[in-house]
Design a binder for this molecule. Structure first.
Ligand code: LCS
Length: 412
C-alpha cells in the first residue's frame, strides 16, 4: 500500500458525481468566508477579542447601541467581533442572510425552538432524530406545553398527515442521526409553505459543503459546530442560520435571556476549522464511500446505511439534494453482543460518541447516543440493537478498512 496521503477518488459513479458538484463556492469560500481584513488591521486570522465589555463612545450612542438601534458591541452575551467573523462565515456557507453562534449545538437548537414556539404550539419532527433534540422536545412539552409529533420522515406525506391547527413548524434532520435516513427537503418545504409553517433543518450530518437546506427553501438551518465545522474534536459550539430578522430575535430576545453564548476563544477555533472544511469534507466523502462499499460486501454485515451507495433506497433523492454523501455510515451486525465485540476489537477506529472528527469514531447507538430513547421507539426509528455508527475520518481509507476487516473477522 502506498504511504502517500493524496485524496483518493474511487471510480464509483457516485464519487465522480461528488467531484463534479463541488465548486469554487465550496472550496474558495471555505478558506475566505467571514474574513474582513479592513476591520482587524489586516490580520488574516481575526484576533480573539477576549473582552466581556466594550466602552461606549458617549452616553447617547451608548443608549442606542445598548438597545440595538445602532451597530456596535457592548457586552459579550450579545456579540463579539471574533464571534461575528464566525457568524458571517456560517451565513455565507449556508447562503443565509445572518447567523448566530452558540456555546453548543443544543444551545442553538433550544434557542431556535424557544424563539419559534409558544405554549400550545405544535411541531412535527422526524422519528430518527438526535436523541437530545427529542429529549428537549419532551422537556418543552412538560415545561412549556409545546406539542410535538414524530413521523417517519422518509415519507414526506407523513408530515402532511401530522398537521394540526396549532402546528407552527416542521423540523428536518437529513441525513438523520443515527440511521442516515433522508427527508425529501423540497417536498416537505412545499407542504410547510402551503400551511404557512416555519421549516428548520439540522444540517450537522451533511455540513454546508454537502448540502444547503436554505437553497431548497428551508427557513432556518441549525448546526452543531462541534462536528464537521470544528472538525478536530476540540470544541463545543452550535449555530442558527436564517433571515436577519429571525437571527436578531434569537440574539436579542432569546439569547439575551438564556445566555448560551459562544466564547470568543471557541469562535476563533471554529472559524479556523471552516478554512479546511471543504477539503476535509471531500476526504470524508471519499473515505466513507470506500468504507460503505467494503462493509456492504462483508458477509458479517447485515445492512449498510449510506446515502452514497446505489443500494440505498434514497440514493436518487440524495443525488438531487446533496453535493456529496458525507462521512457518516450506519451498519448492522447480528445484535448487541456482536456489535460490542466488534467495537472492542478495533484499534484505529476509536470507540467514542460525537462525529465529524478527523479521526474515525465508532459508537453503538442503542447503548450510547440513543440509550435515552425507549427500545420500542428506537426500533420504530430503525435503531436496532446491532446498529453501529461510524464517523469516517480522514485517515488513509485502506487503513480504516483494514481495521474494520480485522474486527469483523472476530465475529461469529
Ligand atoms: N444535532 C445533531 C445532528 C447532533 O448529532 C448533535 C450532537 C447535536 C445536534 C447537538 O450538538 P452539541 O450540543 O453536542 O454540539 N450529536 C452527538 C452524537 O451523535 N454523539 O455525541 C453528540
Amino acid at each position: 500500500m502506498s504511504p502517500t496521503m493524496e485524496i483518493q477518488y474511487p471510480t464509483h459513479a457516485a464519487s465522480s458525481f461528488i467531484k463534479k458538484q463541488m465548486t469554487k463556492q465550496q472550496f474558495t469560500q471555505s478558506v475566505h468566508a467571514g474574513s474582513n481584513l479592513a476591520n482587524h488591521y489586516g490580520a488574516l486570522s481575526t484576533p480573539i477579542y477576549s473582552s466581556s465589555t466594550y466602552a461606549f463612545p458617549n452616553a447617547e450612542q451608548g443608549a442606542a447601541i445598548h438597545e440595538g438601534e445602532m451597530e456596535g458591541y457592548f457586552y459579550g452575551r450579545i456579540g463579539n467581533p471574533t464571534q461575528e467573523t464566525l457568524e458571517s462565515a456560517l451565513a455565507q456557507l449556508e447562503n443565509g442572510e445572518a447567523a448566530m453562534a452558540f456555546s453548543s449545538g443544543m444551545a442553538a437548537i433550544s434557542n431556535a425552538l424557544m424563539t419559534i414556539l409558544d405554549s400550545g404550539d405544535h411541531i412535527i419532527v422526524p422519528t430518527s432524530l438526535y436523541a437530545s433534540t427529542t429529549g428537549l422536545l419532551k422537556f418543552l412539552e412538560s415545561k412549556m406545553g409545546v406539542e410535538y409529533t414524530s413521523v417517519d420522515a422518509t415519507v414526506s406525506d407523513n408530515y402532511l398527515s401530522a398537521l394540526k391547527p396549532n402546528t407552527k413548524a416542521i423540523y428536518i434532520e437529513s441525513p438523520a442521526n443515527p440511521t442516515l435516513q433522508l427527508t425529501d427537503i423540497k417536498s416537505v418545504v412545499e407542504i410547510a409553505k402551503e400551511s404557512n409553517l416555519i421549516t428548520m433543518a439540522d444540517n450537522t450530518f451533511a455540513s454546508p459543503i454537502n448540502q444547503n437546506p436554505i437553497d431548497l427553501g428551508v427557513d432556518i438551518v441549525l448546526h452543531s459546530l462541534t462536528k464537521y465545522i470544528g472538525g478536530h474534536g476540540d470544541l463545543l459550539a452550535g449555530a442558527v442560520i436564517g433571515s436577519k430578522e429571525f437571527v436578531e430575535r434569537c440574539r436579542w430576545h432569546t439569547n439575551k435571556l438564556l445566555g448560551g453564548v459562544i466564547a470568543p476563544q471557541v469562535a476563533w477555533i471554529a472559524h479556523r476549522g471552516i478554512k479546511t472544511l471543504a477539503i476535509r469534507i471531500t476526504a470524508h466523502n471519499s473515505n466513507a464511500l470506500k468504507c460503505a462499499q467494503f462493509l456492504e460486501s462483508h458477509p458479517k454485515v447485515k445492512r449498510v446505511h449510506y446515502p452514497g451507495l446505489t443500494s440505498h433506497p434514497q440514493y436518487e433523492l440524495a443525488k438531487t439534494q446533496m453535493r456529496g454523501f458525507g462521512g457518516m455510515i450506519a451498519f448492522e451486525v447480528d445484535g448487541l453482543n456482536e456489535g460490542q465485540k466488534l467495537i472492542d476489537s478495533l484499534n484505529l477506529c476509536t470507540l467514542a460518541v460525537s462525529l465529524g472528527d478527523v479521526s474515525t469514531l465508532i459508537q453503538h447507538s442503542a447503548s450510547m447516543t440513543h440509550a435515552s430513547v425507549p427500545k420500542e421507539q428506537r426500533e420504530k426509528a430503525g435503531i436496532t440493537d446491532g446498529l453501529l455508527r461510524l464517523s469516517v475520518g480522514i485517515e488513509y481509507a485502506e487503513d480504516i478498512i483494514t481495521d474494520l476487516e480485522q474486527g469483523l473477522s472476530q465475529l461469529n
